[in-house]
Design a protein. Structure first.
Length: 93
């Protein structure tokens, strides 16, 4: 699977953990998170400080997970359950 089509679950199972995320600090203290060359989000203030403190000593796979969580691009495991909910047009089972 390519990095753009790899889910977090697949990456954790495969063990490489590369989800295509990278980060760059800015002079003003902000942190830009990019995925596959495209800017995804910019963290500023306390969020940027917290992110930098966590990512500094993290392993590459763990850093990828941190960036996925910071961008909101993180599957929570309840997508299938939510799809079956009557409110979403599914059958309640």
């Amino acid at each position: 699977m390519s990095a753009t089509r790899t889910s977090l679950r697949d990456a954790a199972r495969d063990g490489d953990g590369d989800l295509g995320f990278a980060w760059r600090p800015a002079k003003d203290g902000a942190v830009t998170i990019v995925r596959n060359g495209r800017m995804v989000t910019v963290l500023r203030g306390a969020a940027a400080g917290d992110f930098l403190a966590e990512v500094q000593g993290a392993a590459p796979g763990a850093a990828q997970q941190l960036m996925a969580r910071a961008t909101g691009n993180y599957k929570r495991g309840n997508e299938r359950t939510a799809a079956r909910h009557p409110r979403n047009g599914g059958n309640a089972r």
